[in-house]
Unconditional design. Structure first.
Lengths: 231, 200
């Protein structure tokens, strides 16, 4: 074994911390090498001196100062754990439950008491389908606050009412003298007849309208035909 | 009746401390204050600061006495606390450098002593140990000065066993490199006789 390697093991060797085989190798080397022996002597001296380093001691009154601080800690602990009241929980269900139940019962009672009054004050809308009043078909939403509120929410109803009004206007305008071949009415009338089979988007819209309006056109008589020719 | 080991004595004391026995705490302080002071004092090189750290260590032990794990040694626990506090102190020192006028005066005196030839090895070794890098110094102090086992040192420093062995060996080699030339010079001056260094 070379000196370099032996010297790397020397400090451990001097502490008897080396394994058997390597320890024997180092011992054999030391017998023949004075340089390594010198280092060995140094390590042994250092090992002996290390526990004898000058002892450092705490100053007088160390225990007293420390126990004073410990007493302070003990006082702080008792303050936090024993003397201070326990923190109340934010929500105690047992205490709150009766109040919540009472409030619920009171609310139900108030609702039951006031429900007839509420019903009476409900606005009466036009009674559709009764046959007594069909003004809702042509009514304008401007003068009726209930309708205005409703119509603002539902644009499609507005659209339908407007379309219904247009149809009503056209229907009123149609006279038996009117001709299907008249350029001003041809499209409108053909749109309104159920027999019209043209698949236009207007027809689809028409069938989705509520209420449905049907227009029955009386075929023109021969006198009318003559008149129409004159027209 | 079997003799109580150091570990058993520590466990009895810590149990009593957990039950609020202040006398047991005082006994514990007496058992460990000098041991801790010998390590921390050599890490910080100022006795006042070291004493503060030792005191703080005992306060931490008292504060966290209920969380002590009886599966480990009490000595490992208390040394770990003390070394962590000392390391924090050293870290603070790196950020802020403090100059103490009394310390500077003391250093001058120390240099004057060191300028002379070493009269005894322990004093020289003391100065050389303080000059070691922190990680080697801690391992050396715990293993060679406090004479703890490698396993215990590894637990205290939270490093693998092999790392502890390597650090201790490296510390010894650094000390030899520093001290041996001076020793040999001293030997040469003392008429060339190679005295055992332990007798210097």
């Amino acid at each position: 074994m070379r000196c370099r390697k032996v010297r790397s093991f020397l400090s451990v060797y001097c502490r008897d911390e080396l394994s058997g085989r390597r320890r024997r190798q180092v011992s054999e080397h030391l017998l023949a090498c004075p340089g390594c022996r010198r280092q060995e002597a140094f390590y042994r001296g250092m090992n002996a001196a290390a526990p004898e380093l000058p002892s450092l001691a705490v100053s007088d009154g160390f225990n007293k100062r420390l126990l004073k601080r410990v007493a302070h800690e003990r006082f702080a602990e008792t303050r936090t754990k024993a003397y201070l009241p326990k923190a109340a929980p934010l929500f105690m269900w047992r205490k709150v439950a009766p109040a919540v139940a009472t409030a619920c019962v009171a609310l139900v009672a108030v609702f039951i008491t006031l429900s007839p009054v509420l019903e009476e004050t409900t606005p009466q809308y036009a009674n559709a389908g009764s046959g007594l009043d069909n003004s809702y078909l042509t009514v304008q939403p401007d003068g009726n606050p209930n309708m205005t509120a409703r119509l603002k929410e539902d644009w499609s109803l507005t659209d339908h009412l407007a379309q219904t009004e247009r149809i009503s206007h056209i229907t009123n305008s149609v006279t038996p003298a009117a001709s299907f071949s008249h350029p001003d009415y041809a499209d409108g009338l053909s749109m309104l007849t159920s027999s019209d089979s043209r698949p236009t988007p207007f027809v689809a819209n028409y069938f989705r309208m509520r209420p449905m309006v049907r227009v029955y056109v009386v075929p023109p008589s021969s006198a009318d035909k003559e008149g129409s020719n004159a027209f | 009746m079997a003799k109580q080991t150091e570990k058993d004595i520590d466990f009895d004391l810590i149990k009593a401390i957990q039950n609020g026995d202040v006398v047991a705490f005082n006994n514990m302080v007496d058992r460990y204050k000098d041991r801790l002071m010998n390590v921390i004092g050599r890490m910080l090189s100022s006795n006042e600061e070291a004493e503060d750290i030792v005191q703080e260590t005992f306060i931490r032990v008292y504060q966290h006495r209920q969380s002590f794990n009886f599966q480990h040694c009490f000595s490992t626990w208390i040394y770990t606390i003390a070394l962590n506090l000392a390391r924090n102190e050293l870290r603070k020192r790196k950020k802020f450098k403090f100059y103490d006028i009394f310390e500077m005066q003391g250093n001058e005196a120390e240099f004057a002593v060191e300028a002379k030839l070493p009269s005894r090895l322990p004093q020289v070794l003391e100065a050389a140990v303080k000059a070691l890098p922190e990680k080697y110094r801690t391992a050396f102090l715990l293993r060679d000065v406090q004479e703890m086992s490698y396993d215990e040192v590894a637990k205290i420093l939270s490093v693998p066993l092999g790392t502890v062995k390597s650090r201790v060996n490296r510390a010894r080699m650094i000390l030899r490199e520093k001290l041996q030339p001076r020793m040999e010079e001293h030997n040469a001056l003392s008429k060339g006789t190679l005295l055992p260094v332990s007798l210097l």
